[in-house]
Design a protein around this ligand. Structure first.
Ligand code: BGC
Length: 766
């Protein structure tokens, strides 16, 4: 019975199909609608031999008004629709910027519970910037792009290049430091690396999002010269040299408009001046109304907090500002189709460059080569801040007892910090890295020393570590001091962590000091042991009142999956450190530019009295950000921008210029010999700063205009050359709205750090 029914059904199903598709006819039967036959690409937009712009125009003209509006806003937490009817794929975004974020539910921030979404955590971008290594930035971009590609992502939400204005900014660890030239140089290879995978970089957070406190409500007041000289160059380089396919507009306001719907930043500068042809993505929930979102350059709206969304109703995404409200405005003739077409072209360009690029590679996830890249970048970015009596590197063969102290030696740092939080396949802690490096040689003992934040959870990803310890600080310190007494070395691993009010999104730090009584602990350790090595894990400068009491200090950043390996590589000399600080470490907060006056107008802003909840914040220090401030005001920092030691020594020769003069349309080449005078191979970051001797406007004492990282064998000499043109001499003339290089005498300084000029030469711009 069953058999005969099955046979009958089989007969019924098979018969019409067989007769409808005559073998090898190649024709679609007349009673079926005409459609392209796979492999026979009739539509221009599907034809990848055609230029992208031709395909974009072809796709655009096939789309309905509804389909066009649909691609301009999200359909889930991280995804926006394609055009189902035309086979144009969806766009899948992911954080960024240090690894590929685990999958969340369609409509919620909670974990989706996938088991195939663990990744490699690469070092935080402060660490990458501290490497001053363009090649490693490219490797970083390629590697993270491969992970994104394997995870089927269209866009990585990163890298971040907001300038380090204040050491309190909770998100500085996601950025590339205080100098626009360094950030611009480092961001370009990252983007190129990512995009070589057919995955788009989304450079964030454009622009003036330099703090987390009140990030949605701060209206930044900054003069044009400062905007162009300090806060825009890295974004401009990302667009023009990196050719980033997307850019993320930030949460804050500028000129009283939210940046996500900001005419000046998005239309006038980004799209008109810089000719950006990609898509502007909103930061999540950064769009607040429809009209300006339409006219002021917002292309892809994500994360809006509509009432519908909060209630989880099914049509939440239809309520986005660029969804039904936009459609209504178009239907009633209040919005122009031409403006809509511009947005859609940008989204289509993004899709053709990524999802519809049939030639892009397939990517890879958690590959050995990615771990090796992460480890190498981590070690290259670690900065040896201080090394009295050549305390480091530690010779494991000649060492019996090593005491490791501090929560950061064991705490997983890849979970937390906000949207950059990850679910990693593995994370090597500093303690494990140290143990591995000395295995079979020295004995390693660990004591806690202090209890910071024992929790370890972000958005449902849990570290699984039990760090609970209820002992009082006095007990913990006493235990550490006792253990330190007979140790050959004490390696203290502390600093900040990824909890709120530290290195974490959505809040700023309360001060420059280390939290959790760490200063007291370090002083106590230093009092009983002369070989205390402080490893500071942070994405921000911290105060070090004990700086003179410990011989060695290492700035280790948040390094990710391979943290412990990278740190041990440096501590035990497998790698000779060559990182240099991408930001100044001030002695105290009031030394730093945004906090010098203590005026709330300069930081964190002052709330308006009109009930709008908006705060005005004036960047009163103007162009004097970072070393530009410390140099010009002659304030001695704790550790200067560009500072970083090595286990070898470098001697700089005398810099020479190929001419005494430079013409406005010419170039000048500077050369300097650098020799490794020690007995270890090492790498040095040779820095070029330029000073304008006399100018009609105030200028910083000097500005970074070039750097090269060179590797030198013991005794080896290399000639480093820098070729500059008038761009290196220019300031932004706000009235004329252009860059100006005034004739006169300039000085080129070749330096090992902003406070360590080795040789200088004058030249004249005619
Ligand atoms: C952050 C962005 C992030 C986005 C998506 C926002 O809160 O500011 O950097 O990419 O969330 O997670």
């Amino acid at each position: 019975m069953i058999l005969s029914v099955a046979l009958a059904l089989g007969f019924l199903c098979a018969a019409p199909l067989a007769s409808a598709l005559p073998a090898n006819s190649g024709k679609v039967p007349a009673h079926l609608p005409k459609r392209p036959i796979p492999g026979n690409r009739i539509a221009t937009y599907l034809d990848d031999s055609k230029p992208i712009e031709v395909r974009v125009e072809d796709a655009l003209k096939r789309m309905t008004l509804e389909e066009k509006v649909a691609v301009c806003h999200a359909q889930s937490k991280f995804c926006s629709p394609g055009v189902q009817r035309l086979g144009i794929p969806e766009v899948w975004m992911t954080d960024g910027p240090h690894g590929i974020r685990p999958e969340v539910k369609w409509d919620e921030w909670d974990q989706a519970g996938w088991t195939n979404d663990s990744c490699v955590a690469f070092p935080a971008l402060t660490c990458l910037a501290a490497s001053w290594n363009r090649d490693l930035s490219l490797l970083y971009g390629i590697s993270i792009g491969e992970e994104a590609r394997y995870r089927k992502k269209t866009v990585i939400l990163g890298p971040g290049v907001n300038i380090y204005r204040t050491p309190l900014n909770g998100r500085n660890f996601e950025y590339m430091g205080e100098d626009p030239y360094l950030a611009a140089q480092m961001v370009v290879p990252y983007i190129k690396g990512v995009q070589s995978n057919g995955v788009a970089a989304c450079v964030k957070h454009y622009a003036l999002n330099n703090q987390e406190v009140n990030r949605h409500t701060t209206n930044v007041i900054v003069d044009d010269r400062t905007l162009y000289e300090i806060y825009l160059p890295a974004f401009k380089a990302a667009v023009q040299e990196g050719e980033a396919w997307t850019i993320m507009a930030s949460y804050n306001l500028y000129k009283n408009q939210h940046v996500c719907t900001n005419q000046y930043l998005l239309i006038d500068i980004l799209k008109k001046e810089w000719r950006f042809d990609g898509a502007v993505v909103s930061d999540w929930g950064g769009v607040h109304e429809t009209e300006q979102a339409i006219t002021n350059g917002m292309d892809m709206e994500f994360g809006s907090w509509t009432d519908g969304l909060a209630n989880g109703v099914s049509n939440a995404y239809d309520n986005y500002y660029l969804a039904n409200p936009y459609l209504n405005a178009l239907r009633s003739g209040k919005a122009s189709v031409e403006v809509l077409n511009d947005k859609v072209r940008r989204v289509l360009r993004l899709i053709f460059r990524t999802e519809m690029n049939r030639n892009r590679p397939w990517g890879s996830l958690c590959s050995d080569i990615h771990y090796r890249a992460a480890r190498a970048i981590g070690a290259d970015g670690i900065v040896l801040l201080q090394n009295k009596n050549n305390t480091l590197p530690i010779n494991a063969d000649a060492t019996k007892k090593i005491l490791v102290v501090g929560e950061n030696a064991i705490k997983m740092m890849t979970v937390g910090g906000g949207s950059s939080s990850l679910k990693v396949q593995r994370e090597i802690s500093p303690l494990d890295g140290i143990k591995e490096a000395v295995a079979g040689k020295a004995e390693v003992k660990y004591v806690r020393g202090y209890v910071g934040d024992p929790t370890g959870e972000y958005n449902g990803v849990v570290t699984g570590q039990n760090l609970k310890d209820d002992r009082a600080p006095e007990v913990l310190i006493a235990e550490a001091v006792e253990a330190a007494k007979d140790a050959d070395y004490v390696i203290f691993v502390g600093g900040l962590n990824k909890s709120a009010h530290q290195d974490c999104e959505d809040s700023d730090r309360a001060g420059l000091e280390l939290p959790y009584d760490q200063d007291r602990l370090i002083e106590a350790l230093a009092a009983v042991n002369k070989n205390v090595v402080v490893v500071n894990v942070s994405g921000n400068a911290v105060a070090m009142p004990w700086v003179k009491k410990v011989p060695a200090i290492v700035q280790a950043w948040f390094i990710g999956s391979e943290a412990g390996h990278s740190i041990a590589d440096v501590l035990f000399g497998k790698v000779n450190p060559s990182g240099k600080l991408p930001m100044t470490f001030p002695v105290k907060l009031s030394d730093s530019p945004a906090h010098a006056t203590g005026d709330a107008n300069a930081y964190p802003g002052v709330e308006r009295t009109d009930g709008s909840k908006i705060l005005d914040e004036k960047y009163t220090e103007g162009i004097y950000v970072g070393y530009r401030w410390y140099d010009t005001k002659k304030i001695r920092p704790l550790f200067a921008f560009g500072h970083g030691l090595s286990y070898t020594t470098f001697k700089y020769g005398k810099v020479t210029a190929d001419s005494k003069t430079m013409t406005a349309d010419g170039t000048l080449t500077l050369s300097v010999d650098v020799t490794n005078t020690g007995n270890r191979a090492g790498a040095e970051v040779v820095q070029l700063y330029v000073s304008d001797k006399k100018c009609s406007v105030d200028r910083p004492a000097k500005e970074l205009k070039g750097f090269e990282k060179i590797a030198l064998e013991p005794g080896e000499t290399k000639t480093v050359t820098f070729t500059i043109n008038k761009d290196a001499l220019s300031f932004f003339d706000a009235d004329a709205h252009k860059w100006v290089a005034e004739p006169g005498v300039f000085t080129a300084h070749i330096a090992a750090a902003a406070d360590d000029i080795r040789t200088s030469v004058d030249f004249e711009l005619k």
